[in-house]
Design a protein around this ligand. Structure first.
Ligand code: CP3
Length: 343
C-alpha cells in the first residue's frame, strides 16, 4: 500500500500538511457529465452493476476537482438486492423494496448468491485501481446493517425509521436475525472489495441517530464491531471509517468500542466538542453543511477555513456532514477544494 497518499497518511493518525478532501456523493446528479452517462441506463440498479459506466462516473469528480479520495460508485441497497429481496429505484420516489416484516421474509433471503451478485462492484474497483492518479486513494463502502435494515423493513425511506424500530421492539429475535444476516453479508462484501483493490472502507450508518442509546449499542455499535473484526481477520489492517450519523456525543463510545480507524461526523456535530473530547489520535472526517455548498459565497468559504483551522495539526479528513445534493452548483465544490488545497 502506497504511503505517499495523503488520505492513507492521515488515516494512520498523522496530521497532513493540509487535510485530504473528498465528498460523500461526489459522483452524482449535480454534475452534468454524470447525468449524461446516467441517462444511458435508466434503471439505477443496472447502472450500478455496469462496471464501465460505474467506473466512469466515479472518475468524473476526480478529473474535475482532483479529490484526494475516490469512492466507488454503487449503492448501499445492492446488498438487500443480492440477498434476494426485490429492490427498485423509482424516479422521483427513491428506493422501493418488498418489505421484510417477519421470519418468513427473512428466511427467503440467502447469503448464497451474495458474492456472485456483487462481483460487478469488485470489477468496478479493478478498473479504478488501474485508472486513478497515483495520489488518489480508492474507497470501498457498504451500508451498516441498521441503516440497510431500515429500508428492508419499511420497503422505502421512512421519516424516523419507525417500522424498523418497532420491529426491533416487537419482534426482537426476528430483527436480530435480520441484523445478523446483514452483518455477515456486509463483512463478506467489504472483504471482497478490499481484495479487489479498495484501500479504505467506509460504513454508512445514516440512520444511527434515530435510535435510543441502548438500541444504538445493540443495532449499530455491536454489528459494526463484528464487521470490523471479521474484515481485519481476513484482510489485515485496512483503514475503516465509520459514519454513525446523528449520534452526537455517543460518537466517542462508537470509536472506542468498534475499533474504527476514523469517524465521519455529520453537520450537527459540534466540532469544538469533537476536537476537545475525542482523543487526538482519532481521525475525524467531516462535516461541512451540504447546504452551504449549495449556497456558496462568503459563508461557505468562512466555514471551510474555520474547519481547517480547528483541526490544524490533527489527523483530519475534510468532507461534508452528509452527501452533496443535486442542486449544488459544481463551481462551489471547486472553490471548497481550492481553499483546502491552498490551506
Ligand atoms: O459518490 C458517492 O458517494 C458514491 C456513491 C453512493 C451512492 N449512494 C450513489 C447514489 C453512495 C456512497 C451511496 C450511499 C447511500 N445510498 C446511502 C448512505 C449515505 C446517505 O446518503 O445517507 C443511502 C441511505 C443510500 C440509499 C439511496 N440511494 C437513496 C435513499 C437514494 C434515493 C435518493 C436520491 O438521492 O435519489 C439512492 C439513489 C442514489 N445513490 C443516487 C446516487 C448518485 C441517485 C440516483 C440517480 O442517479 O438517479
Amino acid at each position: 500500500m502506497s504511503t505517499d497518499k495523503l488520505m492513507l497518511q492521515v488515516l494512520t493518525g498523522k496530521a497532513g500538511a493540509r487535510p485530504p478532501v473528498w465528498m460523500m456523493r461526489q459522483a452524482g446528479r449535480y454534475l452534468p457529465e454524470y447525468r449524461e452517462v446516467r441517462a444511458t441506463t435508466p434503471d439505477f440498479l443496472s447502472f450500478c452493476y455496469n462496471p464501465e459506466k460505474a467506473a466512469e462516473v466515479t472518475l468524473q469528480p476526480i478529473r474535475r476537482y482532483g479529490f484526494d479520495a475516490s469512492i466507488v460508485f454503487a449503492d448501499i441497497l445492492l446488498v438487500p438486492d443480492a440477498l434476494g429481496q426485490r429492490v427498485a429505484f423509482e424516479e422521483g420516489i427513491g428506493p422501493v423494496l418488498e418489505p421484510v416484516t417477519d421470519r418468513a421474509g427473512i428466511d427467503r433471503l440467502s447469503l448464497d448468491g451474495v458474492q456472485d451478485h456483487l462481483r460487478p462492484v469488485c470489477e468496478t474497483l479493478g478498473i479504478l485501481k488501474g485508472a486513478l492518479p497515483p495520489e488518489t486513494t480508492l474507497i470501498g463502502f457498504a451500508g451498516a446493517p441498521w441503516t440497510v435494515a431500515t429500508y428492508m423493513v419499511a420497503g422505502r425511506g421512512s421519516p424516523v425509521q419507525a417500522p424498523a424500530r418497532l420491529m426491533a421492539y416487537r419482534q426482537e429475535a426476528d430483527f436480530a436475525a435480520l441484523i445478523e444476516l446483514l452483518t455477515e453479508a456486509t463483512a463478506d462484501y467489504l472483504i471482497a472489495q478490499a481484495q479487489a483493490g479498495a484501500e479504505v472502507l467506509q460504513l454508512f450508518d445514516t440512520w444511527a441517530g434515530s435510535l435510543s442509546p441502548s438500541q444504538f449499542r445493540k443495532w449499530c455499535l455491536e454489528p459494526t464491531q463484528k464487521i470490523i473484526e471479521k474484515v481485519r481477520k481476513s484482510v489485515g489492517a485496512i483503514p475503516i471509517i465509520g459514519f454513525p450519523k446523528g449520534v452526537g456525543p455517543l460518537v466517542e463510545e462508537f470509536v472506542v468500542e468498534t475499533g474504527v480507524d476514523g469517524v465521519s461526523v455529520d453537520t450537527n456535530m459540534d466540532m469544538v466538542w469533537a476536537r476537545d473530547h475525542l482523543s487526538d489520535k482519532t481521525v475525524v472526517q467531516g462535516n461541512l453543511d451540504p447546504l452551504l455548498v449549495v449556497a456558496g459565497g462568503e459563508a461557505m468559504e468562512r466555514a471551510t477555513l474555520e474547519l481547517i483551522e480547528l483541526f490544524r495539526g490533527r489527523p483530519f479528513i475534510f468532507n461534508l456532514g452528509h452527501g452533496l445534493i443535486p442542486e449544488t452548483p459544481p463551481e462551489h465544490v471547486g472553490r471548497v477544494v481550492e481553499l483546502i488545497k491552498s490551506a
